[in-house]
Design a binder for this molecule. Sequence first.
Ligand SMILES: *[C@@H]1O[C@H](CO)[C@@H](O)[C@H](O)[C@H]1NC(C)=O
Ligand SMILES: *[C@@H]1O[C@H](CO)[C@@H](O)[C@H](O)[C@H]1NC(C)=O
Ligand SMILES: *[C@@H]1O[C@H](CO)[C@@H](O)[C@H](O)[C@H]1NC(C)=O
Ligand SMILES: *[C@@H]1O[C@H](CO)[C@@H](O)[C@H](O)[C@H]1NC(C)=O
Length: 359
Amino acid sequence: MARQGVASSMFAMALLLGIIASAPQSVDSIGVCYGMSGSNLPPASTVVGMFKSNGIKAMRVYAPDKAAFQALNGTSIGVLVGAPNDVLSNLSSRKAAASWVRDNIQAYPSVMFRYVAVGNEVAGKQADLLAPAMENVHAALAAAKLGHIQVTTSVSQAIVGVFNQPSAANFTKEAQGFMRPVLQFLARTGAPLMANIYPYFTYAYNPGDMDIRYALFTAPATVVKDGKYNYQNLFDTTIDAFYEAMSKLGVSNVSVLVSETGWPSGGGKAATPANAKVYNENLIKHIRGGTPRHPDAIKTYLFSMFNENQKAKGVERNWGLFYPNMKPVYPISLEVTPDPDSPAPAPDPESPAAAPDSY
Ligand SMILES: *[C@@H]1O[C@H](CO)[C@@H](O)[C@H](O)[C@H]1NC(C)=O
Ligand SMILES: *[C@@H]1O[C@H](CO)[C@@H](O)[C@H](O)[C@H]1NC(C)=O
Ligand SMILES: *[C@@H]1O[C@H](CO)[C@@H](O)[C@H](O)[C@H]1NC(C)=O
Ligand SMILES: *[C@@H]1O[C@H](CO)[C@@H](O)[C@H](O)[C@H]1NC(C)=O
């Protein structure tokens, strides 16, 4: 109760001072998650070649990977690297965090690291380790003169309780505990919160609750009205629910970056190549315009590069854009068409200096 008072007065003060999320940079391509839970995936050097030939300018890897980093050396692909959940407890030591940064980041000076995501969908007691680990990694990067690499964490959409209308959204009781210090860290350092956003799962768990078109970006008109905001797709609803939940904790200047989203092509309800193509194509067209509450481009990583045969049986194995043999699961263009209103010169994809602020 007392905390709520503090939170709302902080929020009021933020409004008073006009502190709002600053406009993020342009999104000139979509990122793709390079999951490696497959026994039959091509070598990293081939995968990096596939990123280049498909015009994908950003990659998420879930843990440091020597072969991937060697293949990325000297390219202009921006990299989001995970500090996986099993190193979290180690990272609560400053010394261990410094050696993690030395071995996994500093060791690759010609890889364009953009973000370190400390932990992926961490929940329960372990989540209390997040903020201190993020502080330590941030301090280690700063000490190594790599302070431009932003430190964050990637959370599940499940930490936001209800979001039929974003204004009703709140972090769950458990998540409020660990999100407070995480968000304070992000607000202080200017890093975004990363969220894994899955309209597919929201739909598939309760298919009777909604028209699938709301999940696929194909609804012909507003589906959810929330005050003056009109929602036509569940992706926007979910992202704005995060913004609303954050503002209820008094934080209104942290932006949301989508660290995973996608649609499976098999193994579950409505999981077909046709639906996956519709979702991902519409997503790519959509992200530049942002959400009703935050009309700035949304940095987004598609999940995932490959179908991964070491994931749980069923839908989990079928998120790939490509089969392990490198054939596309369905035809799709991953290049975001340039904004006709703000023509920008095409950056040289091989020149790191050409893409200063993307991903
Ligand atoms: C990485 O690339 C840089 C220049 O882009 C080059 O000088 C360096 O030798 C490369 N390192 C490795 C390990 O290939
Ligand atoms: C944690 O740190 C210890 C000591 O530096 C190291 O031996 C161990 O491998 C680390 N654990 C992980 C999961 O990296
Ligand atoms: C959201 O959480 C805050 C903080 O715990 C609580 O005070 C508030 O009543 C909740 N709001 C809603 C709409 O559930
Ligand atoms: C976000 O707002 C808080 C106060 O509400 C402030 O301390 C912090 O510097 C702001 N962060 C950024 C990146 O502007």
